[in-house]
Design a protein around this ligand. Sequence first.
Ligand SMILES: Cc1cc2nc3c(=O)[nH]c(=O)nc-3n(C[C@H](O)[C@H](O)[C@H](O)COP(=O)(O)O)c2cc1C
Length: 397
Amino acid sequence: MTQDATAVQSIDPARFRQVLGHYPTGVVVITAIRPDGQPLGMTVGSFSSVSLDPMLVSFMPTTASKSFQALREADCFCVNVLAADQEALARRFARSGPDRFEDVLWSVAESGAPVLDGTVASIHCTFDSIVEAGDHYIVLGAVQALEVHRPVSPLLFFQGGYGKFSLLAVEDRSPSEMIESVRLVETFRGTMQDVADAVGAECSALTVIGSDLTVVATAAAGGLAPHGSLGSRIPYMPPLGELYAALDADESALRWLGRAASLEDEDVMDRYRERLELARERGWSMSFAGEYPDVALFDALRDYSGGDLTPVRLAEIREVIRSANKYYEHRDLVEGERYDVTSIVAPVMCDGLIRFVLRLRQLPTQATPAQISAWIDALTDAAATASETLSAHGSCR
Ligand SMILES: Cc1cc2nc3c(=O)[nH]c(=O)nc-3n(C[C@H](O)[C@H](O)[C@H](O)COP(=O)(O)O)c2cc1C
């Protein structure tokens, strides 16, 4: 027992800090109004949720903190959860000096405590108790009100540096794979341009990188501005990337299928399997969403490609995509009818494995069945030519 205590005392404080710095924290600014009406605030990394019933949170100011000496005199304080783009505020509220609020945008909340602009969330508290713990206090705050203002990635602090949250689920994006794919596509870029010109549409090449279908080249007929810019990403999950999944290696295709939310719903899963079978038989696929009349789907795809995703937004995006299922249902084209086709997709194969898909978009609207089958023929021919070029090139993977 005595030995243990000695061992603890012999730890160098610098080492204590260094080791504890390996544990990341969020960053908040605790704010309050002084009795003289002036706002005060301090940056804190030791904030934590404590209890649900009653609702308590905590933070740990050092006993030497002048800000906390003033803060504890207030009736109410606000925990301002900083966003990833608010590093400057974290630095400002950690430096000494009275001018921390200069040029900072804030307002007084109903609780009477200051709320900083642009934060992720605010939590308004009264003091429940303050316990001394070594050279710090443990402050328990009783939560009176709370709100999310901006559901974005929070600011994080780790090993003395600032960072932001990134989802492992969408982070397996290898730049080297992207570069290699862009290089390979160059071998058949001319074919893509030819089919884009012949159809009067946009032709993109996409490939699976990590858990995404990524655009690695785009060619557009004269007068069209390409929509799918190089590097833009779509989640590789049902119903998107159906043709790629139909021809992909079993393991990867199963992973694609596994991203459907309806794993327990055998009817839905059977429909997906049937569609994979159909895509495999036909060697092409087609969708009829129109040019994104579905705003939720458009926003979801834009946000996904844009990066900076929170777990909640990713879950929402996946839900929106799953409900886009209807656009990918098989349709029998009827003579005399006209159709707005969103995309037609055909595979570029190499050594019997799918390597890319070619996707036609921005197709002329109100197309006849004859026109659509001519486009399908043109695209599947182009994809076959691209497959030959790629195989002749000799470096499929
Ligand atoms: C990322 C970060 C986290 C911090 N966390 C704490 C903390 O948990 N407790 C604390 O007392 N000080 C913390 N500080 C330091 C205080 O913000 C700073 O020392 C204090 O505001 C100094 O001024 P004062 O003496 O007026 O309080 C942190 C600073 C930074 C940059």
